[in-house]
Design a protein around this ligand. Sequence first.
Ligand code: KG4
Ligand code: ZN
Length: 353
Amino acid sequence: MIILGIETSCDETAAAVVKKENNKIEVLSSVVASSEALHKETGGIIPEVAAREQVRSIMPVIDKAMKIAASQTPRNDIDAIAVTYGPGLIGSLLVGVETAKTLSMVWKKPLIPVNHLVAHLAACFINTERHTDARDDNFPEFPAVGLVVSGGHTDFVYLTNQENGLNVKYIGGTRDDAAGEAFDKTARLIGLGYPGGPAISDAATKFQSANSKIQNFNLFPRPMINSGDLEMSFSGLKTSVFNHVNKNPDFDKNYLAAEIQEAIIDTLVSKSEAAIEQFKPKCFFLAGGVSANRLLREKLDKKIRSFEFTKLYVPEAKYSTDNAVMIAAYALLFGKTKDISEVNANPSLSIEH
Ligand code: KG4
Ligand code: ZN
């Protein structure tokens, strides 16, 4: 089975050709064009600008992905087209959905709509960095708990693989800002660039390598960390950083980056631990753009090692942030074909659908 995946939910335009054979996901091509450089100038995404760039990039990106895969699989070998239909920015989503529908008609290939958030979790099934003793030839097992940490979402889900497909149940998450949003907005407050996650991570690494003796970071609060459930809150971090920066105009950027990163990671790791204690899953999937964060991976891996029954799966960093391989992988593993008249962009799609 071979699928062309298309992803245009935000500021990345991505296409990938992916094959599934004997329970193994093989990437034949993966192309990602990002309009990130344009958003660096404005310090964040302007939806209009992102959508216009999607229109510009979509055909060249699909063309390139098909050409790279062509040596291994001509177009006629593709069994289906998978596309992100939500959640995301409406203008951006529409570009991918309408293109996929058109290709589906012209090439006479079935269409598989994919939920972007659940697809992030499917990235754990591709060339996964396997932690905590997960065996090489072993696909992740269910029931599983997933944490999707991206620019717009911080969602815990309980996953079971049932006869009628993958069942996704929301079990907790942020009440306000997403973890990625907290990175992006606080980075801006301390004068670091967009996207804030990698910028904060780099600055924090600089601080830590120059000050390896400093182990305790507790300048900023961790709201709800002891709430006894899987709820989180990150919006207060912005206010704390804002107040600190105003009171201390000579602040050390790298030090504050380390403090911000620790505050966000502490909360994510502590809530992940609570989720594992409560649900005792066979696997824990950490996915979404923020899962590219090295310190988060290390700290969660260390924590999960103390649970004998749960293995941690984290995608390779290039499949943590938005890409089309995860869209095709989801379709190959769990996707269902729909008539093109039933496939519509849905910007506020929930993780359970
Ligand atoms: O999943 P993603 O690529 O796009 C969305 O679906 O939102 O996630 C983007 C988010 C941004 O907020 C970005 O700052 C964050 O992921 N991010 C990171 C890192 N790389 C990307 N956050 C922390 N550390 C990173 N290394
Ligand atoms: Zn994403």
